[in-house]
Design a protein around this ligand. Structure first.
Ligand code: ZN
Length: 238
């Protein structure tokens, strides 16, 4: 019996290697950092990483997004979900929101082997399916960290690997709302994916999102869309 474990691990590695050797095809896992540049949409994405202190839920930000029905995508970690059952249920029930996953314990994936990465990635995917009947296909790695193995595992699991091309820097306590907005305004363009946080880590996030959706995006003829809408988007006008 003791031999079964290494054999299983070996088979898994062989399947990964075989996969790597396959000729590339349009379905090969890609790390997505933006949508089509012809799309007049921008994806506002909010990571829900676990927090040690505080509620872990940015109520003022969420109230703003919900009141104004602003399309947004949330990447939930398993540890965060375990403490926010009511919020998970609520967010899943809103049709202008999209929910993806962000690892089970917010691990540094490149420090782990394939099997451990698989367990970390699958945790919240299974939880969303089992407890909420929600199939989450979008995945964002904790800290945005990954290696080739991560890309292969994500592909094998049939998930879409979503990063960003604009880092708001919202959890940085030294950045004012003005500085964050300036940083976003300089970079934002059709098809952008912006990473923010909705776990209360970003003290300026609500203010940033208000200015962004009321002023900066409309001035550039851009509108917020979910990640899936962004990826499906063609050159339709807003
Ligand atoms: Zn995170």
């Amino acid at each position: 019996m003791r031999r079964l474990v290494p054999t299983r691990a070996l088979l898994f590695l062989i399947s990964l290697i075989a996969f790597e050797l396959m000729p590339s095809s349009p379905t090969f896992a890609q790390v997505i950092t933006s949508g089509p540049p012809s799309c007049p949409g921008v994806a506002l994405t909010f990571d829900l990483c676990p927090v040690r202190t505080g509620s872990g839920y940015d109520q003022p930000l969420m109230d703003y997004l919900i009141t104004h029905r602003i399309p947004a995508t949330f990447f939930m970690s398993g540890k965060w979900m375990a403490k926010h059952d009511v919020e998970v249920e609520h967010l899943l029930g809103l049709d202008f929101f999209e929910v993806g996953t962000h690892g089970e314990v917010h691990a540094h994936l490149p420090m782990h082997d394939a099997d451990e990465q698989r367990t970390e990635i699958l945790g919240p995917v299974k939880m969303l399916q089992a407890h909420y009947g929600h199939k989450a296909s979008l995945f964002r790695p904790p800290y945005g960290e990954y290696n080739d193995l991560t890309v292969a595992v994500v592909k094998l699991l049939g998930l879409q690997f979503i990063q960003w091309n604009i880092e708001s820097g919202d959890p940085d306590p030294t950045l004012s709302a003005g500085k964050i907005l300036l940083r976003i305004a300089k970079r934002v363009k059709p098809g952008s994916i912006i990473v923010l946080h909705a776990n209360g880590k970003g003290k300026q996030t609500r203010q940033v999102v208000e200015h962004l959706t009321r002023e900066i995006l409309p001035a550039k003829n851009l509108r917020p869309v979910t990640v899936s809408e962004l990826l499906d988007c063609t050159s339709r006008t807003p």
